[in-house]
Structure formats: structure tokens, C-alpha cells
Ligand binder design. Structure first.
Ligand code: G6P
Length: 369
């Protein structure tokens, strides 16, 4: 088994460290930065259809649903198509309004999640076109779908999803630019710029690992927390949700993710010196707003761990701890900001003596309702 883990203590850690490769594999042969071109062979028959759709519905469960929320921000921002993101389990029992014009994107690592499959079947019956974004080649969901994009992250053994999530976000990022390209919503020069940056993301993920020892030290300080809050705005909100999910899944610390501004409507009541608050506070459009949220937490005696853009001194002076990630356009922040949060959960769980690869009560794939 040690051999299978490639020298790492756990599959989860191995899979975290595989992300430069898995994201690279997902991109390979699909983006052509020099030509400002995205090619998604698995959906090319539907390129015309994407020109005429009025909306996209994304269905998924768990971590895949979080990837869907990141996808919503990206598709709306770059392709200017309205997107709805639904829990498959709710969608299937809600008599949803679906028409033949709709594209439904089902996201699933395993391709076998029962609720997601049922959501697809329902949408298909009502005439929608189904795109699957899956990791396991030939699984049920890709077979049920009309078209799709494989994430090519490779087998994921750790029950808590890591590299499958970043590969899903990568696939959705490409899909957003692909749709934008089909609809003429983006200029060629902008595409060249973004795709050049996207192509470099695997190398930047590699750079984020430099913070690993620092994250381990932080983890020692917070390993005995009983609650933890994760906050972010924009596409960093789903990153916060995913950060919280990872921590609760493997360390059994109660954790919640919230849009930073919503903190005032509830979680702020919980803040005290015993509850770490993790912010995604990178220098993007909502930076100033996030800074005022950090101030609100500090004013109530909270302890802040912030994911920041490399070289940020403003947040460093406010927060207990900062973890730096390389500077990137807002579109790519989720792909980088996720990595330190995975490492934080991992180290905290290991320090608490938890079985990180097989957390209690959880299954890798939920094939029954
Ligand atoms: C389970 C797994 C999660 C996963 C979710 C959806 O809860 O433990 O890691 O995100 O199912 O699975 P899927 O295979 O459809 O992405």
C-alpha cells in the first residue's frame, strides 16, 4: 500500500500533490493559448446549440456541487449565459421547469451518484441536452449524457475529493471560455490572455505547495477547535464552502462556509477567540469588502487565517496568519485558493488522529438514495 501511496502518508496527500499533473492532464489538447482557442471534442457536436441557449442548469452533489457553483460564476461572467446550480437530490423531486432549449450539465467524479443520475434522466425526458463532466471514464453518467468533458484527474482513492474537484473546476473554466467563444462573448485577444494564464496554472499550483510547512504549523495551533468558519466572496464563496466541507469531512470539526457578507446574518454570533475564521482574501474585485469583513471579525476577538495574494501586507497586518498564493486573474483564484485549504484540513485531521482517507460514515460514491 505504501507503494500505491507513492511515498506519501495518505492517498489524500498524494492526490493533493498530484494536482499540477491532474489539472495539466485536464487541459491537455484542449486549449491553444497562441490561437486563443478552446477545443472540447466531447461537446463539439453541440457547439451550435450553445449559441442559442437561454440558460444552463448544473446538477451535482457534494464537492461536485461546489465545483458547479464556481462554474456558475465563470460561465455567467465570460459567456454571459444565466446559470442555475441545483442539488441533484432537490432538482429531481421538484417538478423542475425544463425545456428543449436547456443544457443541463451533470458534474460527478464517480459518474455513479444515484441522485445525479435520476436528475439526468428527468431532464432528458423533458428534452434537455445533457453534458456530463465526469472523472471515471465509461461510468453511468457519461453513458447517460449526450455529450461531455472528462476531467482526466486519474483515480481518486481518498474519500474526500481533492484533485477531482480542481479538475472539475478546470473543465468548467474551459467550458466557460468555450461557450464564450461560440457566442462571441469574448474577444480573441482576451482569450489569448486568459488561456495563456490558464496554461500556467499547473505550475502555479506547484508553487502553492511551498506553504505546506507553514500550514502545518498553523494547523497545530487550531487542531483543537470545535468550530470553524470559512468566508469568501464571488467565486471564492464556493471555495469557502469546499474548504469547510473538507475540514468537517476528515477532521470532524464543525465547519461552515458562508459568503463573507452574509456573516452578519448569523455566524457573527459565534465568533470568539476559540473559533478560527478562514478568509479567502485575495486581491480581486471584492478585496476591499473582504478586508472590512476581516475587521468585523477582529473587532469581535476572532482569530483570522487568510489566504492572500503573494506580497499582501495589508491583510498580513490584520490577520493572525496569512497563507500566500501566486497572483492570478480572478477567474483562476478558485484553482489556487483551494489548495492551501485542502492542506489545512489534511494537517488538522492528521494531528487529531483521524482516518483521513476513510472518514467515518462517508462513502466515496453514493449509489443509493
Ligand atoms: C460523496 C463523496 C464526495 C462527492 C459526492 C458526489 O459524498 O464522498 O466526495 O463529492 O459523493 O460524488 P460524485 O462522484 O457524484 O462527484
Amino acid at each position: 500500500e505504501m507503494l500505491e501511496k507513492g511515498g506519501y502518508d495518505h492517498f489524500m496527500l498524494k492526490e493533493i500533490y498530484e494536482q499540477p499533473r491532474s489539472v495539466g492532464d485536464c487541459l491537455r489538447g484542449r486549449i491553444y493559448p497562441d490561437r486563443g482557442l478552446v477545443q472540447l471534442g466531447g461537446i463539439k457536436e453541440y457547439a451550435e446549440k450553445l449559441k442559442n441557449i437561454d440558460r444552463i442548469i448544473i446538477v451535482a452533489c457534494g464537492t461536485s456541487w461546489h465545483a458547479g457553483l464556481v462554474g456558475e460564476y465563470l460561465i455567467e461572467e465570460y459567456a454571459r449565459v444565466p446559470v442555475e446550480v441545483e442539488y441533484a437530490s432537490e432538482f429531481r423531486y421538484r417538478n423542475p421547469i425544463i425545456t428543449e432549449k436547456d443544457v443541463v450539465i451533470a458534474i460527478s467524479q464517480s459518474g455513479e451518484t444515484a441522485d445525479t443520475m435520476a436528475a439526468i434522466e428527468l431532464a432528458k425526458e423533458r428534452g434537455a441536452t445533457i453534458f456530463g463532466i465526469c472523472n471515471v471514464v465509461g461510468a453511468s453518467i457519461p453513458r447517460l449524457s449526450h455529450a461531455g468533458v472528462y476531467t482526466h484527474a486519474g483515480p481518486e482513492i481518498g474519500v474526500a475529493s481533492t484533485k477531482a474537484f480542481t479538475a472539475q473546476v478546470t473543465a468548467l473554466t474551459m467550458l466557460a471560455f468555450y461557450t464564450a467563444q461560440q457566442r462571441g462573448a469574448i474577444t480573441e485577444s482576451k482569450l489569448i490572455e486568459y488561456l495563456t494564464e490558464l496554461n500556467n496554472i499547473p505550475a502555479l499550483i506547484q508553487k502553492t505547495f511551498a506553504a505546506n510547512d507553514h500550514i502545518k504549523t498553523i494547523s497545530e495551533e487550531y487542531k483543537d477547535a470545535s468550530n470553524c468558519l470559512f468566508l469568501g466572496r464571488g467565486s471564492s464563496f464556493p471555495v469557502a464552502l469546499e474548504g469547510a466541507l473538507k475540514l468537517k469531512e476528515i477532521s470532524y470539526i464543525h465547519a461552515e462556509g458562508y459568503p463573507a457578507a452574509e456573516m452578519k446574518h448569523g455566524p457573527i454570533a459565534l465568533i470568539d477567540a476559540d473559533m478560527p475564521v478562514v478568509f479567502i482574501a485575495t486581491q480581486n474585485s471584492s478585496y476591499e469588502k473582504v478586508i472590512s469583513n476581516i475587521q468585523e471579525v477582529k473587532a469581535r476577538g476572532g482569530r483570522v487565517i487568510a489566504i492572500v495574494t503573494e506580497g499582501d501586507t495589508i491583510v498580513r497586518d490584520m490577520a493572525e496568519h496569512t497563507i500566500e498564493i501566486p497572483e492570478v486573474s480572478e477567474a483562476f483564484v478558485p484553482l489556487l485558493a483551494t489548495i492551501p485549504l485542502q492542506l489545512l484540513s489534511y494537517h488538522i485531521a492528521v494531528l487529531r488522529g483521524c482516518n483521513v482517507d476513510q472518514p467515518r460514515n462517508l462513502a466515496k460514491s453514493v449509489t443509493v438514495e
